[in-house]
Write a new protein. Sequence first.
Length: 290
Amino acid sequence: MLRHFSTNLKRSSNRSPATLVSFDDTQKSGQSKTHRTSLKLLSYNIQIGIQSQAYRHYVTRGWQHVLPHSQRSENLDRIASTLSHFDIVALQEADGGSIRTGHINQVRYLAEAAGFPYWYQQLNRNLGKLAQHSNGVLSQLKPQVIEDHKLPGLLPGRGAIVLRYGSLQVPLVLVILHLSLGQRARNNQLSYIKELIKDYRHVVVMGDLNSNASAILKQLSPLSERELTSPSGVFNTYPSWKPIHNYDQILVSSSLTIKHVEVLDRTLSDHLPIAMEIELPDAPEFVCAS
């Protein structure tokens, strides 16, 4: 039986209630404490489970964005196999359960198939039975706080999930998001994110940023004022069949050490997933409930 976990959530006009769901009812009484030295993170734009291997597939397989497809569940199972090796997974372009996915909530499906006890689906664009455009997070650890934020933009439908792990005083803050295509809208959204993270020392920003890392961190971007770093090297993720853009990114504050980063060769979407292992500060506040 599924259990809903209420979380500490500050409410305001631009935030909605958030809930974590567990697949293990024993979590109610038997949570263990684990002092972790590192976390394995993954960010993946899954394109609602559509496998694309060429630009022409945007046309020839475009109908799969509207109608169900018999091989979508098989592809989701392949995606779940990849996700199962990580501690926290950020998902973009998931569907919350509509006609095109056979009414399957893809965030929940992947959490269950990959063995994650905690998950959250953020519904950003609700087209009723036709489509449930969503971000998602899967976690092996229970956060202290989760927040659901709607990002600014002329067109509604972009959001950010903010999670805080460890102590409430000095937490590890994860921001999971999918930014707009236009630069002006992206900058407005990044200004919003900058305000969310300004009071925190240990921060991870991860997701499909629809822009290369240099534009996010080094040019006239609001996040350029924040001490966030991206891994050195080339980590292109889009398009999956011939990646030339690093749109999918994991950015970390200078207080966190990057142990490993890799773009995984998984052509199960039009994006490739990006993985990173970060070393956590050696401090008692990072004892987490798992």
